[in-house]
Write a protein that binds this ligand. Structure first.
Ligand code: NDP
Length: 453
Protein backbone atom coordinates (compact mmCIF):
# COMPACT_ATOMS: atom_id res chain seq x y z
CA UNK A 1 0.00 0.00 0.00
CA UNK A 2 1.42 3.43 -0.84
CA UNK A 3 2.58 5.96 1.77
CA UNK A 4 -0.24 8.42 1.02
CA UNK A 5 -2.91 5.81 1.78
CA UNK A 6 -1.06 4.67 4.91
CA UNK A 7 -1.05 8.25 6.15
CA UNK A 8 -4.80 8.62 5.64
CA UNK A 9 -5.40 5.36 7.50
CA UNK A 10 -3.24 6.46 10.41
CA UNK A 11 -5.16 9.75 10.64
CA UNK A 12 -8.48 7.89 10.56
CA UNK A 13 -7.32 5.64 13.40
CA UNK A 14 -6.14 8.58 15.50
CA UNK A 15 -9.28 10.62 14.92
CA UNK A 16 -11.67 7.68 15.35
CA UNK A 17 -10.23 5.50 18.12
CA UNK A 18 -12.09 2.35 19.25
CA UNK A 19 -13.86 1.97 15.89
CA UNK A 20 -12.13 -1.15 14.48
CA UNK A 21 -14.88 -2.00 11.99
CA UNK A 22 -14.69 1.52 10.54
CA UNK A 23 -10.91 1.21 10.16
CA UNK A 24 -11.35 -2.22 8.53
CA UNK A 25 -13.87 -0.98 5.95
CA UNK A 26 -11.74 2.05 5.05
CA UNK A 27 -8.58 -0.03 4.84
CA UNK A 28 -10.17 -2.41 2.33
CA UNK A 29 -11.58 0.33 0.10
CA UNK A 30 -8.42 2.46 0.11
CA UNK A 31 -6.25 -0.57 -0.66
CA UNK A 32 -8.29 -1.08 -3.86
CA UNK A 33 -8.51 2.63 -4.69
CA UNK A 34 -4.72 2.99 -4.51
CA UNK A 35 -4.72 1.19 -7.89
CA UNK A 36 -6.44 4.13 -9.61
CA UNK A 37 -4.68 7.10 -8.03
CA UNK A 38 -1.77 7.18 -10.47
CA UNK A 39 -4.19 7.78 -13.34
CA UNK A 40 -6.17 10.37 -11.36
CA UNK A 41 -3.82 12.90 -9.71
CA UNK A 42 -6.75 15.35 -9.58
CA UNK A 43 -8.33 13.28 -6.77
CA UNK A 44 -5.26 13.87 -4.61
CA UNK A 45 -5.28 17.61 -5.07
CA UNK A 46 -9.00 17.81 -4.29
CA UNK A 47 -8.46 15.67 -1.18
CA UNK A 48 -11.22 13.30 -2.28
CA UNK A 49 -10.08 10.45 -0.01
CA UNK A 50 -9.70 12.70 3.04
CA UNK A 51 -13.24 13.98 2.45
CA UNK A 52 -14.69 10.50 1.84
CA UNK A 53 -13.57 9.17 5.24
CA UNK A 54 -15.20 12.04 7.13
CA UNK A 55 -19.03 11.74 7.42
CA UNK A 56 -20.87 14.79 6.08
CA UNK A 57 -22.89 14.64 9.28
CA UNK A 58 -23.18 12.27 12.29
CA UNK A 59 -26.23 12.67 14.48
CA UNK A 60 -26.37 11.12 17.95
CA UNK A 61 -29.46 11.31 20.14
CA UNK A 62 -31.22 10.05 23.26
CA UNK A 63 -34.19 7.68 22.95
CA UNK A 64 -36.22 7.43 26.17
CA UNK A 65 -39.08 4.90 26.22
CA UNK A 66 -41.33 3.11 28.70
CA UNK A 67 -41.70 -0.69 28.92
CA UNK A 68 -44.92 -2.63 29.60
CA UNK A 69 -44.26 -2.53 33.35
CA UNK A 70 -43.92 1.25 33.34
CA UNK A 71 -40.13 1.26 33.76
CA UNK A 72 -38.19 3.94 31.87
CA UNK A 73 -35.31 2.95 29.56
CA UNK A 74 -32.81 5.07 27.65
CA UNK A 75 -31.14 3.98 24.41
CA UNK A 76 -28.83 5.75 22.04
CA UNK A 77 -29.84 6.63 18.47
CA UNK A 78 -27.64 7.46 15.50
CA UNK A 79 -27.86 8.57 11.89
CA UNK A 80 -24.66 8.81 9.87
CA UNK A 81 -25.10 10.91 6.72
CA UNK A 82 -21.92 9.85 4.99
CA UNK A 83 -21.94 11.14 1.43
CA UNK A 84 -24.56 12.84 -0.75
CA UNK A 85 -22.50 13.40 -3.91
CA UNK A 86 -24.76 11.31 -6.15
CA UNK A 87 -28.12 11.49 -4.36
CA UNK A 88 -29.97 11.76 -1.05
CA UNK A 89 -28.49 9.73 1.81
CA UNK A 90 -29.82 6.18 1.68
CA UNK A 91 -29.15 3.22 3.96
CA UNK A 92 -30.78 1.07 6.59
CA UNK A 93 -31.50 1.36 10.29
CA UNK A 94 -30.10 -1.36 12.58
CA UNK A 95 -31.53 -2.15 16.01
CA UNK A 96 -29.12 -4.47 17.83
CA UNK A 97 -27.39 -4.43 21.21
CA UNK A 98 -23.97 -4.32 19.47
CA UNK A 99 -24.72 -1.05 17.60
CA UNK A 100 -22.28 1.79 18.23
CA UNK A 101 -20.86 4.74 16.31
CA UNK A 102 -18.02 2.74 14.70
CA UNK A 103 -20.30 -0.04 13.42
CA UNK A 104 -22.68 2.46 11.84
CA UNK A 105 -19.84 4.46 10.30
CA UNK A 106 -18.46 1.30 8.70
CA UNK A 107 -21.90 0.46 7.35
CA UNK A 108 -22.48 4.02 6.08
CA UNK A 109 -19.06 4.05 4.40
CA UNK A 110 -19.75 0.72 2.63
CA UNK A 111 -23.17 2.02 1.63
CA UNK A 112 -21.67 4.93 -0.33
CA UNK A 113 -19.89 2.60 -2.77
CA UNK A 114 -22.67 0.02 -2.84
CA UNK A 115 -25.27 2.63 -3.74
CA UNK A 116 -22.99 4.00 -6.44
CA UNK A 117 -22.71 0.50 -7.94
CA UNK A 118 -26.49 0.18 -8.29
CA UNK A 119 -26.40 2.93 -10.98
CA UNK A 120 -29.26 4.68 -9.12
CA UNK A 121 -28.92 8.26 -7.79
CA UNK A 122 -28.43 7.35 -4.12
CA UNK A 123 -25.99 8.77 -1.58
CA UNK A 124 -24.87 6.75 1.45
CA UNK A 125 -26.02 6.72 5.07
CA UNK A 126 -26.81 4.36 7.92
CA UNK A 127 -28.39 4.60 11.35
CA UNK A 128 -29.90 2.72 14.21
CA UNK A 129 -29.79 2.11 17.91
CA UNK A 130 -28.36 -0.19 20.58
CA UNK A 131 -31.98 -1.16 21.37
CA UNK A 132 -32.46 -4.94 21.19
CA UNK A 133 -35.95 -5.88 19.93
CA UNK A 134 -35.51 -9.52 21.04
CA UNK A 135 -37.90 -10.42 23.85
CA UNK A 136 -39.78 -7.09 23.62
CA UNK A 137 -43.56 -6.97 23.13
CA UNK A 138 -45.06 -5.36 20.01
CA UNK A 139 -46.24 -2.45 22.18
CA UNK A 140 -42.71 -1.90 23.53
CA UNK A 141 -41.22 -1.99 20.03
CA UNK A 142 -43.87 0.52 18.91
CA UNK A 143 -43.14 2.95 21.77
CA UNK A 144 -39.42 2.66 21.11
CA UNK A 145 -39.87 3.31 17.36
CA UNK A 146 -42.07 6.32 18.06
CA UNK A 147 -39.48 7.83 20.39
CA UNK A 148 -36.69 7.11 17.87
CA UNK A 149 -38.60 8.77 15.02
CA UNK A 150 -39.59 11.77 17.14
CA UNK A 151 -35.96 12.88 16.95
CA UNK A 152 -34.96 11.34 13.60
CA UNK A 153 -37.84 12.98 11.69
CA UNK A 154 -36.19 16.40 11.77
CA UNK A 155 -33.13 15.08 9.91
CA UNK A 156 -34.68 12.97 7.13
CA UNK A 157 -37.04 13.48 4.19
CA UNK A 158 -37.77 12.07 0.73
CA UNK A 159 -35.19 14.38 -0.88
CA UNK A 160 -32.71 14.44 2.01
CA UNK A 161 -32.25 11.07 3.65
CA UNK A 162 -34.35 7.94 3.15
CA UNK A 163 -33.72 5.14 5.70
CA UNK A 164 -34.73 1.47 5.29
CA UNK A 165 -34.45 -1.71 7.39
CA UNK A 166 -31.40 -3.72 8.44
CA UNK A 167 -30.73 -6.12 11.33
CA UNK A 168 -33.62 -5.91 13.80
CA UNK A 169 -35.64 -3.55 11.59
CA UNK A 170 -38.19 -5.34 9.43
CA UNK A 171 -41.75 -4.70 8.25
CA UNK A 172 -43.11 -4.22 11.78
CA UNK A 173 -40.54 -1.58 12.73
CA UNK A 174 -40.77 0.29 9.40
CA UNK A 175 -44.55 0.50 9.91
CA UNK A 176 -44.21 2.03 13.39
CA UNK A 177 -41.47 4.43 12.22
CA UNK A 178 -43.46 5.57 9.18
CA UNK A 179 -46.62 6.08 11.27
CA UNK A 180 -44.81 8.39 13.68
CA UNK A 181 -43.08 10.36 10.87
CA UNK A 182 -46.44 10.92 9.17
CA UNK A 183 -48.07 11.99 12.42
CA UNK A 184 -45.40 14.54 13.31
CA UNK A 185 -44.69 15.94 9.85
CA UNK A 186 -48.26 15.66 8.55
CA UNK A 187 -47.10 14.37 5.19
CA UNK A 188 -47.50 11.03 3.44
CA UNK A 189 -44.27 10.68 1.57
CA UNK A 190 -41.61 8.15 0.56
CA UNK A 191 -39.37 8.90 3.54
CA UNK A 192 -38.67 5.24 4.31
CA UNK A 193 -38.38 2.19 2.10
CA UNK A 194 -39.45 -1.35 2.94
CA UNK A 195 -42.99 -0.04 3.49
CA UNK A 196 -46.08 -2.27 3.50
CA UNK A 197 -47.52 -3.05 0.08
CA UNK A 198 -50.80 -1.25 0.65
CA UNK A 199 -49.15 1.99 1.83
CA UNK A 200 -46.36 2.70 -0.66
CA UNK A 201 -44.10 -0.37 -0.52
CA UNK A 202 -42.64 -2.09 -3.55
CA UNK A 203 -43.22 -5.68 -4.54
CA UNK A 204 -39.99 -7.74 -4.22
CA UNK A 205 -38.43 -5.33 -1.64
CA UNK A 206 -38.50 -7.99 1.13
CA UNK A 207 -36.95 -10.54 -1.24
CA UNK A 208 -34.50 -8.16 -2.92
CA UNK A 209 -31.28 -8.55 -0.91
CA UNK A 210 -31.42 -12.35 -0.77
CA UNK A 211 -32.58 -12.77 -4.37
CA UNK A 212 -30.01 -10.21 -5.54
CA UNK A 213 -27.20 -12.04 -3.76
CA UNK A 214 -28.12 -15.32 -5.47
CA UNK A 215 -28.43 -13.54 -8.85
CA UNK A 216 -24.92 -12.17 -8.30
CA UNK A 217 -23.66 -15.68 -7.49
CA UNK A 218 -25.31 -16.96 -10.69
CA UNK A 219 -23.47 -14.26 -12.68
CA UNK A 220 -20.15 -15.25 -11.10
CA UNK A 221 -20.78 -18.93 -11.87
CA UNK A 222 -21.72 -18.10 -15.47
CA UNK A 223 -18.20 -16.71 -16.04
CA UNK A 224 -17.05 -20.33 -15.62
CA UNK A 225 -19.89 -21.80 -17.67
CA UNK A 226 -21.56 -23.05 -14.49
CA UNK A 227 -24.84 -22.48 -12.62
CA UNK A 228 -26.44 -23.09 -9.21
CA UNK A 229 -28.13 -26.27 -10.45
CA UNK A 230 -27.14 -29.13 -8.13
CA UNK A 231 -24.94 -26.98 -5.87
CA UNK A 232 -24.92 -27.52 -2.09
CA UNK A 233 -24.90 -24.24 -0.16
CA UNK A 234 -24.11 -23.09 3.36
CA UNK A 235 -26.26 -20.11 4.37
CA UNK A 236 -25.82 -18.27 7.68
CA UNK A 237 -28.47 -16.17 9.40
CA UNK A 238 -32.22 -16.77 9.43
CA UNK A 239 -33.46 -13.21 9.00
CA UNK A 240 -34.61 -11.31 5.95
CA UNK A 241 -31.52 -11.81 3.79
CA UNK A 242 -30.96 -15.47 4.70
CA UNK A 243 -34.61 -16.44 4.14
CA UNK A 244 -34.81 -15.14 0.58
CA UNK A 245 -31.31 -16.39 -0.21
CA UNK A 246 -32.46 -19.91 0.67
CA UNK A 247 -35.63 -19.45 -1.40
CA UNK A 248 -33.80 -18.32 -4.54
CA UNK A 249 -31.08 -21.01 -4.20
CA UNK A 250 -33.86 -23.62 -4.17
CA UNK A 251 -35.66 -22.00 -7.13
CA UNK A 252 -32.43 -22.08 -9.17
CA UNK A 253 -31.88 -25.79 -8.48
CA UNK A 254 -29.43 -25.62 -5.57
CA UNK A 255 -29.77 -26.98 -2.03
CA UNK A 256 -29.39 -24.90 1.13
CA UNK A 257 -28.05 -27.06 3.96
CA UNK A 258 -27.80 -24.65 6.89
CA UNK A 259 -29.32 -21.61 8.61
CA UNK A 260 -28.33 -19.94 11.89
CA UNK A 261 -29.02 -17.29 14.48
CA UNK A 262 -26.75 -15.82 17.12
CA UNK A 263 -27.23 -18.92 19.34
CA UNK A 264 -26.26 -21.62 16.83
CA UNK A 265 -26.89 -23.27 13.46
CA UNK A 266 -28.94 -26.11 12.00
CA UNK A 267 -27.56 -28.53 9.40
CA UNK A 268 -30.24 -30.31 7.39
CA UNK A 269 -28.62 -32.97 5.18
CA UNK A 270 -31.84 -33.25 3.13
CA UNK A 271 -31.83 -29.52 2.38
CA UNK A 272 -34.15 -26.68 3.44
CA UNK A 273 -36.94 -26.91 0.86
CA UNK A 274 -39.80 -24.40 0.42
CA UNK A 275 -42.02 -26.06 3.06
CA UNK A 276 -39.24 -26.02 5.64
CA UNK A 277 -38.42 -22.42 4.71
CA UNK A 278 -42.06 -21.47 5.39
CA UNK A 279 -41.58 -22.99 8.86
CA UNK A 280 -38.49 -20.78 9.38
CA UNK A 281 -40.35 -17.68 8.16
CA UNK A 282 -43.22 -18.27 10.60
CA UNK A 283 -40.72 -19.04 13.38
CA UNK A 284 -38.63 -15.92 12.82
CA UNK A 285 -41.08 -13.35 11.45
CA UNK A 286 -44.15 -14.13 13.56
CA UNK A 287 -43.33 -16.26 16.59
CA UNK A 288 -39.86 -14.66 16.88
CA UNK A 289 -38.36 -17.94 18.15
CA UNK A 290 -34.88 -19.48 17.94
CA UNK A 291 -33.50 -21.56 15.04
CA UNK A 292 -32.95 -24.49 17.43
CA UNK A 293 -36.70 -25.17 17.10
CA UNK A 294 -36.12 -26.22 13.47
CA UNK A 295 -34.24 -29.30 14.73
CA UNK A 296 -37.19 -30.17 16.96
CA UNK A 297 -39.57 -29.95 13.98
CA UNK A 298 -37.27 -31.85 11.55
CA UNK A 299 -35.51 -34.62 13.54
CA UNK A 300 -32.93 -35.54 10.84
CA UNK A 301 -31.41 -32.11 11.40
CA UNK A 302 -28.41 -31.43 13.62
CA UNK A 303 -28.39 -28.31 15.81
CA UNK A 304 -25.00 -27.01 17.00
CA UNK A 305 -24.77 -24.09 19.43
CA UNK A 306 -22.16 -21.41 18.70
CA UNK A 307 -19.29 -21.08 21.15
CA UNK A 308 -17.93 -17.55 20.69
CA UNK A 309 -14.77 -18.35 22.67
CA UNK A 310 -13.58 -20.59 19.79
CA UNK A 311 -11.62 -19.17 16.82
CA UNK A 312 -13.98 -20.82 14.34
CA UNK A 313 -17.70 -21.44 13.91
CA UNK A 314 -18.78 -25.00 12.93
CA UNK A 315 -21.34 -23.64 10.44
CA UNK A 316 -18.42 -23.01 8.05
CA UNK A 317 -17.07 -26.56 8.49
CA UNK A 318 -19.45 -28.57 6.28
CA UNK A 319 -18.70 -30.01 2.86
CA UNK A 320 -20.39 -27.77 0.28
CA UNK A 321 -19.94 -25.98 -3.05
CA UNK A 322 -21.03 -22.45 -2.15
CA UNK A 323 -21.31 -20.25 0.96
CA UNK A 324 -23.69 -17.33 1.49
CA UNK A 325 -22.80 -15.52 4.74
CA UNK A 326 -26.01 -13.58 5.47
CA UNK A 327 -25.98 -12.75 9.19
CA UNK A 328 -23.50 -10.11 10.34
CA UNK A 329 -20.03 -8.52 10.10
CA UNK A 330 -16.86 -10.56 10.67
CA UNK A 331 -18.72 -13.85 10.99
CA UNK A 332 -16.04 -15.65 8.90
CA UNK A 333 -12.69 -15.68 10.71
CA UNK A 334 -9.38 -16.67 9.10
CA UNK A 335 -9.84 -20.20 10.46
CA UNK A 336 -13.40 -20.35 9.09
CA UNK A 337 -12.12 -19.30 5.65
CA UNK A 338 -9.51 -22.08 5.82
CA UNK A 339 -12.25 -24.58 6.68
CA UNK A 340 -14.44 -23.43 3.79
CA UNK A 341 -11.60 -23.81 1.31
CA UNK A 342 -10.58 -27.19 2.80
CA UNK A 343 -14.16 -28.44 2.38
CA UNK A 344 -14.23 -27.60 -1.30
CA UNK A 345 -16.28 -24.38 -1.29
CA UNK A 346 -15.49 -22.57 -4.54
CA UNK A 347 -17.94 -19.64 -4.32
CA UNK A 348 -18.48 -17.21 -1.44
CA UNK A 349 -21.20 -14.60 -1.97
CA UNK A 350 -21.70 -12.07 0.83
CA UNK A 351 -25.35 -11.29 1.62
CA UNK A 352 -24.27 -9.63 4.88
CA UNK A 353 -22.13 -6.49 5.12
CA UNK A 354 -18.40 -7.22 5.61
CA UNK A 355 -19.02 -10.77 6.94
CA UNK A 356 -15.45 -11.86 6.22
CA UNK A 357 -12.54 -10.81 8.44
CA UNK A 358 -9.45 -9.31 6.71
CA UNK A 359 -7.57 -12.63 7.18
CA UNK A 360 -10.43 -14.52 5.55
CA UNK A 361 -10.69 -12.01 2.70
CA UNK A 362 -7.01 -12.44 1.87
CA UNK A 363 -7.33 -16.23 1.88
CA UNK A 364 -10.29 -16.06 -0.53
CA UNK A 365 -8.50 -13.60 -2.81
CA UNK A 366 -5.33 -15.71 -2.85
CA UNK A 367 -7.30 -18.82 -3.82
CA UNK A 368 -8.99 -19.17 -7.18
CA UNK A 369 -12.53 -19.22 -5.81
CA UNK A 370 -15.31 -16.87 -6.90
CA UNK A 371 -15.57 -14.30 -4.12
CA UNK A 372 -18.35 -11.69 -4.30
CA UNK A 373 -17.97 -8.93 -1.65
CA UNK A 374 -21.04 -7.61 0.17
CA UNK A 375 -21.10 -4.17 -1.35
CA UNK A 376 -21.68 -5.73 -4.75
CA UNK A 377 -23.48 -8.96 -3.87
CA UNK A 378 -26.01 -7.52 -1.42
CA UNK A 379 -26.75 -4.31 -3.34
CA UNK A 380 -30.09 -5.73 -4.55
CA UNK A 381 -31.82 -4.54 -1.37
CA UNK A 382 -30.91 -0.90 -1.75
CA UNK A 383 -31.47 -1.13 -5.50
CA UNK A 384 -35.11 -2.13 -5.01
CA UNK A 385 -35.36 0.54 -2.30
CA UNK A 386 -34.33 2.96 -5.06
CA UNK A 387 -37.06 1.49 -7.25
CA UNK A 388 -39.53 1.93 -4.37
CA UNK A 389 -38.55 5.64 -4.22
CA UNK A 390 -39.09 5.95 -7.97
CA UNK A 391 -42.54 4.33 -7.71
CA UNK A 392 -43.45 6.61 -4.78
CA UNK A 393 -42.46 9.68 -6.81
CA UNK A 394 -44.58 8.52 -9.74
CA UNK A 395 -47.41 7.44 -7.37
CA UNK A 396 -47.51 4.22 -9.34
CA UNK A 397 -46.57 0.56 -8.67
CA UNK A 398 -44.77 -1.87 -10.91
CA UNK A 399 -45.74 -5.57 -11.04
CA UNK A 400 -43.75 -8.27 -9.28
CA UNK A 401 -42.32 -9.44 -12.61
CA UNK A 402 -41.28 -5.90 -13.57
CA UNK A 403 -39.42 -5.27 -10.30
CA UNK A 404 -37.79 -8.72 -10.32
CA UNK A 405 -36.68 -8.19 -13.91
CA UNK A 406 -35.15 -4.81 -13.03
CA UNK A 407 -33.44 -6.33 -9.97
CA UNK A 408 -31.94 -9.14 -12.07
CA UNK A 409 -30.72 -6.60 -14.63
CA UNK A 410 -29.19 -4.36 -11.94
CA UNK A 411 -27.30 -7.33 -10.42
CA UNK A 412 -26.05 -8.27 -13.88
CA UNK A 413 -24.87 -4.68 -14.47
CA UNK A 414 -23.15 -4.54 -11.07
CA UNK A 415 -21.37 -7.78 -11.89
CA UNK A 416 -20.23 -6.40 -15.25
CA UNK A 417 -19.02 -3.14 -13.64
CA UNK A 418 -16.96 -5.11 -11.09
CA UNK A 419 -15.41 -7.35 -13.75
CA UNK A 420 -14.58 -4.43 -16.06
CA UNK A 421 -13.11 -2.21 -13.32
CA UNK A 422 -10.98 -5.10 -11.98
CA UNK A 423 -9.74 -5.81 -15.52
CA UNK A 424 -9.02 -2.15 -16.33
CA UNK A 425 -6.94 -1.60 -13.20
CA UNK A 426 -4.89 -4.78 -13.43
CA UNK A 427 -6.57 -7.19 -11.03
CA UNK A 428 -8.59 -9.49 -13.25
CA UNK A 429 -11.09 -11.69 -11.40
CA UNK A 430 -10.77 -9.70 -8.14
CA UNK A 431 -14.35 -8.64 -7.36
CA UNK A 432 -13.25 -6.80 -4.21
CA UNK A 433 -11.06 -4.39 -6.16
CA UNK A 434 -13.62 -4.25 -8.96
CA UNK A 435 -16.50 -3.27 -6.65
CA UNK A 436 -14.47 -0.74 -4.66
CA UNK A 437 -13.04 0.93 -7.75
CA UNK A 438 -16.26 1.05 -9.79
CA UNK A 439 -18.19 2.41 -6.79
CA UNK A 440 -15.47 4.93 -5.94
CA UNK A 441 -14.91 6.51 -9.36
CA UNK A 442 -18.51 7.59 -9.82
CA UNK A 443 -18.66 9.21 -6.37
CA UNK A 444 -15.21 10.82 -6.74
CA UNK A 445 -16.11 12.33 -10.12
CA UNK A 446 -19.35 13.75 -8.73
CA UNK A 447 -17.41 15.28 -5.83
CA UNK A 448 -14.95 16.81 -8.30
CA UNK A 449 -17.85 18.38 -10.25
CA UNK A 450 -19.47 19.84 -7.13
CA UNK A 451 -16.45 21.71 -5.76
CA UNK A 452 -15.07 21.66 -2.25
CA UNK A 453 -18.19 20.96 -0.16
P1 NDP B 1 -32.29 -9.68 10.30
O1 NDP B 1 -32.38 -8.94 11.57
O2 NDP B 1 -33.52 -9.97 9.54
O3 NDP B 1 -31.50 -11.06 10.52
C1 NDP B 1 -30.21 -11.08 11.04
C2 NDP B 1 -29.78 -12.52 11.24
O4 NDP B 1 -28.41 -12.54 11.59
C3 NDP B 1 -30.52 -13.20 12.37
O5 NDP B 1 -30.60 -14.56 12.10
C4 NDP B 1 -29.61 -12.92 13.56
O6 NDP B 1 -29.73 -13.82 14.63
C5 NDP B 1 -28.25 -13.05 12.92
N1 NDP B 1 -27.29 -12.22 13.66
C6 NDP B 1 -27.38 -10.89 13.91
N2 NDP B 1 -26.33 -10.48 14.63
C7 NDP B 1 -25.59 -11.58 14.85
C8 NDP B 1 -24.38 -11.79 15.54
N3 NDP B 1 -23.74 -10.78 16.15
N4 NDP B 1 -23.88 -13.06 15.52
C9 NDP B 1 -24.53 -14.06 14.89
N5 NDP B 1 -25.68 -13.92 14.23
C10 NDP B 1 -26.20 -12.69 14.22
O7 NDP B 1 -31.25 -8.83 9.40
P2 NDP B 1 -31.02 -8.89 7.82
O8 NDP B 1 -31.26 -10.26 7.31
O9 NDP B 1 -31.76 -7.76 7.23
O10 NDP B 1 -29.47 -8.53 7.72
C11 NDP B 1 -28.44 -9.54 7.68
C12 NDP B 1 -27.16 -8.93 7.09
O11 NDP B 1 -27.43 -8.46 5.77
C13 NDP B 1 -26.59 -7.73 7.84
O12 NDP B 1 -25.19 -7.72 7.71
C14 NDP B 1 -27.15 -6.54 7.05
O13 NDP B 1 -26.38 -5.36 7.23
C15 NDP B 1 -27.05 -7.10 5.65
N6 NDP B 1 -27.91 -6.44 4.67
C16 NDP B 1 -29.26 -6.37 4.82
C17 NDP B 1 -30.03 -5.77 3.85
C18 NDP B 1 -31.52 -5.77 3.92
O14 NDP B 1 -32.15 -5.37 2.92
N7 NDP B 1 -32.14 -6.21 4.99
C19 NDP B 1 -29.42 -5.10 2.69
C20 NDP B 1 -27.99 -5.31 2.56
C21 NDP B 1 -27.27 -5.93 3.54
P3 NDP B 1 -30.44 -13.34 16.00
O15 NDP B 1 -31.89 -13.31 15.69
O16 NDP B 1 -30.04 -14.37 17.01
O17 NDP B 1 -29.88 -11.97 16.32
Amino acid sequence: MNAYIEEILETVKTKNPSEPEYHQAIHEVLESVSLVLEQHPEYLEAKILERLVEPERAILFRIPWVDDQGAVHVNRGFRIEMNSAIGPYKGGLRFHASVNLGILKFLAFEQVFKNSLTTLPLGGGKGGSDFDPKGKSDAEVMRFCQSFMTELCRHIGPNTDVPAGDIGVGAREIGFLFGQYKRIRNEFTGVLTGKGLNWGGSLIRPEATGYGSVYFAAEMLATRGDSLEGKSCIVSGSGNVAQYTVQKITQLGGTALTMSDSNGHIFDPEGIDEDKLQFVMALKNQRRGRIEEYAEAYPDTIYTPTDYSEDSNPIWDHKADCAFPSATQNEISGKDAENLLKNGVFLVCEGANMPTSPEGTHLFLDSSILYGPGKAANAGGVAVSGLEMAQNSMRFSWSREEVDHRLRQIMKNIHTSCVEAADRYGSKGNYVNGANIAGFIKVADAMMDQGVV
